[in-house]
Design a protein around this ligand. Structure first.
Ligand SMILES: C[S@@+](CC[C@H](N)C(=O)[O-])C[C@H]1O[C@@H](n2cnc3c(N)ncnc32)[C@H](O)[C@@H]1O
Length: 391
């Protein structure tokens, strides 16, 4: 069995040798983001581009450009709601290989008014290797002065420095998560040990008070052996987004659920998954550093944390409704019927696929509750989101 990238395995094993078993969240952070050898951080030795048809998983931008077109249209409407500020800034967080950014920028630049001239696009990307790929995908926009800038993290943006749109697609599900399980009526946290050349799991007491606080009320109705994930980094991130945004909208697209749905008793194995060459598995202790790891997002706690940092919930919907509200029917109507592009665009709308699984959380700050086309189709679980928040 391929345990993983040799230098990465050695680095994690050495940390365990020094400190003892590490919380799973630390293992996942090293597997994905070890500065030299992490899955997202290094230039793949085998040319595997991670994201895309020849990688391990694909995202909406690999399928068709309509999501980028819709986000651009939504950004343009937000620009009007804000009174056409100069600059209007789009901050994209976790841009992957930069394809969605390219789609958004192309669509924004087709606007015939002042919008393209006032637009600034900031890419927040933790990985130097991914930043390099983004520069390649966005090379056609690089000759436009002041349009594109990069930062390693939101820490580099000043408080209240953004007026515009703060956006992410499949960022939060890539944050390292704590994994917990119910054993003999007690919640324990999964830790990772290294024995006889293999990573093995062991359960230990919860590693932080913050985690204890979060799980305290969650375990109602869970059966013995129940396992799930807690994404504390998502809450820090939401706090930072609230700090950076002066006026505007936050748009977060990801796999996820309300808190009640995510932690319901029958979801007894949680939502943690690994992706390798477009196949799914649930074993994070093989191909370490060679496969992606994800867990679904708790949108209720994200929304509640945003509220505590000045971000009001505008609405919560799914990708299908978001795209419908922004005129996807017209966009698809312009495609050759039954062409590959037509089928690709429809793929993003499937209620039992990407259209329903991806959720869209919209928050606002510094403007009166804005009416946005992306929420024109009933944000049917908007009320459930806030009513059930566990923050
Ligand atoms: C699953 S990919 C996102 C895909 C992309 N948004 C798309 O739509 O194709 C996750 C991306 O987030 C980046 N990332 C993870 N944690 C981050 C953080 N804390 N700050 C900025 N970028 C981060 C990863 O390096 C990677 O580029």
């Amino acid at each position: 069995m391929d345990i993983g990238h040799p230098e990465l395995v050695a680095a994690i094993a050495s940390e365990i040798a020094i400190s003892g078993p590490i919380p799973f969240v630390r293992f996942m952070d090293l597997a994905l983001y070890h500065p030299q050898f992490g899955y997202y951080m290094r230039h793949p030795d085998d040319g595997n581009p991670r994201i895309g048809w020849s990688g391990d998983f694909y995202t909406s931008a690999d399928v068709h450009s309509i999501l980028g077109q819709a986000v651009a249209k939504q950004a343009r409407q937000i620009d009007d709601r804000l009174g056409n500020p100069d600059p209007f800034t789009i901050v994209e967080m976790g841009p992957g290989k930069g394809l969605l950014a390219a789609h958004i920028l192309s669509a924004c630049q087709r606007d015939s008014g002042s919008f393209p001239h006032r637009l600034r696009y900031v890419l927040i990307e933790r990985s130097p290797a991914m930043r390099q790929r983004q520069r390649q995908h966005l090379s056609v926009f690089m000759n436009q002065p002041n349009l594109l800038t990069w930062a390693d993290s939101l820490d580099e943006l000043g408080p209240g420095s953004v007026t515009g749109l703060m956006f992410s697609n499949e960022l939060i599900d890539a944050f390292p998560v704590h994994r917990v399980q119910l054993s003999n009526g007690q919640i324990e946290e999964l830790h990772v040990d290294y024995r006889d050349g293999r990573f093995v799991e062991c359960a230990k007491p919860l590693s932080s008070d913050l985690l204890s606080h979060r799980v305290r009320d969650m375990k109602t109705g869970w059966p013995e052996g129940y396992r799930t994930e807690v994404n504390l980094q998502a809450l820090d991130w939401m706090n930072q987004v609230g700090r950076c945004l002066q006026r505007g909208v936050v748009l977060t697209i990801d796999y996820g659920h309300t808190v009640q749905d995510l932690y319901r008793p029958d979801r007894k194995n949680g939502t943690f998954l690994c992706y390798f060459r477009h196949s799914v598995n649930n074993d994070p202790y093989v191909r370490v550093g060679e496969q992606d790891m994800t867990a679904h997002v708790d949108f209720s706690n994200l929304a509640a944390t945003g509220e505590a940092h000045g971000l009001s919930v505008t609405g919560f919907t799914n990708q299908l409704s978001f795209l419908m509200g922004l005129g996807v029917e017209q966009m698809i109507g312009d495609l050759e019927p039954e062409s590959p592009a037509f089928h690709a665009a429809c793929h993003l709308l499937k209620p039992n696929g990407m259209g329903g699984t991806f959720k869209v959380l919209v928050q606002h700050k510094g403007i009166e509750h804005p009416r946005l086309d992306g929420l024109a189709f009933k944000p049917f679980f908007g009320a459930a989101l806030t009513a059930q928040s566990a923050a």
